[in-house]
Design a protein around this ligand. Structure first.
Ligand code: HEC
Length: 172
């Protein structure tokens, strides 16, 4: 869903760049663009895929910080917690498509995704499923509004982030 929106936006930008280039005579296409412009099985370039997953993960990181800050606050802002918790399943609904073959560091695109992802796809998928289940529970628990239960669901979800990062993300 969201990954397609990103693709559309980036494709529109690329189209604009091409239009701009039309006026500049017969200059050949920049050769350095070809490597990262390789189109993957999902129809996106490596750069688009990596940008999309990093953008979604940044948003998830921000939502997690909001929840964490509020859980530590004397008077937590329940509406802020609920909105942040609800955003996580939305941001990550298509996480199963974020790591297509060819979108690792060997592509030349800067990414913290480790090559181990593509050697253990079944394990990655099971970590994604664990995370998505925990995030769904966190969202529904936040909706119910009990701080102690939210705190527990938050920690359980955080453990699934950590479990994936330990194995599949660089610098962690
Ligand atoms: C199934 C694996 C997996 C799960 C689950 C996961 N992550 Fe990640 N995360 C990654 C990988 C891989 C990267 C590196 C992505 C890249 O650079 O292409 C990453 C990167 C990030 C980044 C950095 C994004 C950027 O480029 O600035 C943040 C922040 C982040 N994750 C937060 C979280 C949080 C918070 C959770 C849990 C709520 C979570 N992640 C769950 C695998 C995962």
């Amino acid at each position: 869903m969201t990954i397609r929106q990103t693709r559309f936006t980036l494709a529109a930008l690329a189209g604009l760049a091409l239009l701009g280039a039309c006026g500049s005579g017969d200059a050949p296409a920049a050769p350095e663009a070809s490597e990262t412009a390789t189109v993957l099985d999902n129809g996106m370039t490596v750069t688009e895929v990596v940008d999309a997953r990093q953008t979604h993960l940044k948003a998830v990181g921000k939502a997690f910080k909001t929840i964490s800050d509020n859980l530590k606050a004397g008077e937590p802002d329940m509406a802020a917690i609920q909105a942040a918790a609800a955003s996580v399943p939305t941001e990550t609904a298509d996480m199963g498509y974020w790591f297509p073959e060819g979108s690792g560091p060997a592509s030349g695109v800067k990414t913290d995704a480790l090559p181990a992802i593509w050697e253990n796809k079944a394990d990655l998928d099971s970590k994604i499923a664990d995370f998505q289940a925990a995030a769904a529970t966190l969202a529904s628990t936040a909706e119910a509004g009990d701080i102690a239960a939210i705190s527990e669901a938050f920690n359980a979800t955080g453990a699934t982030c950590k479990s994936c990062h330990e194995t599949y993300r660089a610098d962690d």
